[in-house]
Write a protein that binds this ligand. Structure first.
Ligand code: PLP
Length: 349
């Protein structure tokens, strides 16, 4: 059933043609070491290699200074995200999320019957960060408070002090779900220390973004073992050996995060500067996506772009004139610029 969560965002167009900057993927794909590690695993695909998964957990736990019992592997972060909502929300324990924000927690809440309380981002025309004060006051007994840092779709980071006050101020049995899918792309403080301090916090990491392994599938859920046991109930923790080997190889590449962070930042900066030069507002992203205010019905812009084989991301009902743009390769972004310029030079539909 959880596949339904992922499939809501199905893309338009043929993935083999056109420019696909609609799903916050990394056009670089897996790093060379990860590719080689997967190739090396293929002939051994008849084996389970149980130990290799432990090696991955040990490596990540050591790198991050975590107790290995706090770490679980999943096929990406979608599953533990959904399972956390399934485990800790119900008709009397609502889900609190930011708006615009990543929708997956909301889809999971539909299955538990939990009320979803959407809290608008603070300073929407400026920093567009989570309004943590309003999120704290939004429900008397929240089951899950979801923070996406950097946020999808805006790419904006919420200040550490705000996240700290949310963790400190949340009711003691509420679970804070901190989604760090895009954290490697920015310099914002990480949230794993809340887990080390024994807080009611679950942090999600994925190899789908900076590591370019969205289709390979690997991610971590990190939290106190008693919280992890509750989400384990919903799914399997035994991952393909190809993905496991690729994840180990990626974590061992010391300069990968810095190199790729710079590549994304460079292309993002050039694209955003060009758009601003054309008079369009964009969110101050530190990630691989940002919101672009087209000042038209965003749905029409999306359609007109798709007609030019340039597929940009979706619309959030709270911001109907804005569309989400993923940072692709420099070449893809030049094609995007040309198509967007042509669309905006034409009449609004
Ligand atoms: N969390 C956020 C904020 C995302 O944007 C995504 C994917 O776009 C995910 C989680 C899920 O990705 P995956 O399951 O590939 O890790």
């Amino acid at each position: 059933a959880h596949l339904a969560f992922a499939q809501r965002g199905r893309r338009l167009g043929d993935p083999n043609h056109g420019v696909h900057i609609d799903s916050n993927e990394n056009p670089l794909g897996p790093c060379d070491a990860a590719r080689q590690a997967m190739l090396d695993m293929v002939p051994k695909g008849g084996r389970y290699f149980f130990d290799m998964q432990d090696d991955l957990i040990d490596l990540f736990a050591k790198q991050e200074g975590l107790d290995r019992k706090a770490v679980r592997v999943y096929a990406g972060s979608s599953e533990p995200l959904a399972y956390t909502v399934l485990a800790f929300t119900n008709p009397s324990r609502p889900l609190v999320i930011a708006d615009p924000g990543y929708e997956a927690p909301m889809f999971a809440a539909e299955r538990t019957g939990a009320k979803v309380i959407k809290v608008p981002l603070a300073d929407p025309k400026g920093a567009a960060t989570h309004d943590t004060k309003a999120m704290l006051g939004a429900a008397a007994n929240p089951g899950v408070i979801y923070v996406c840092n950097p946020n999808n779709p805006t790419g904006t980071c919420t200040p550490r002090a705000d996240i700290e006050s949310l963790v400190a101020g949340a009711p003691k049995d509420a679970v804070m779900l901190i989604d760090e899918a895009y954290i490697h792309l920015c310099d914002a403080p990480r949230s794993l220390d809340f887990v080390k301090e024994g807080k009611n916090v679950i942090v999600l990491r994925t190899f789908s973004k900076l590591y370019g392994m969205a289709g390979i599938r690997m991610g971590f859920a990190v939290g106190r073992p008693d919280l992890m046991d509750k989400i384990d109930y919903f799914g399997s923790n035994f991952m393909p050996i190809t993905a496991t080997a690729a994840a180990i190889a990626s974590l061992k590449q010391a300069d990968l995060i810095e190199t790729r962070k710079k590549i994304t930042a460079g292309t993002r900066g050039e694209t955003m500067a060009w758009l601003k030069g054309q008079g369009f507002a964009v969110t101050p992203s530190e990630s691989n996506c940002f919101m672009l205010d087209t000042r038209r019905d965003g749905k029409d812009v999306l359609k007109a772009m798709a007609a030019k084989d340039v597929y940009v991301g979706r619309i959030w009902p709270a911001w109907p004139t804005q569309v989400r743009i993923t940072v692709g390769t420099p070449e893809e972004m030049m094609t995007f610029r040309k198509a967007f310029g042509e669309v905006m030079a034409g009449p609004a539909a």
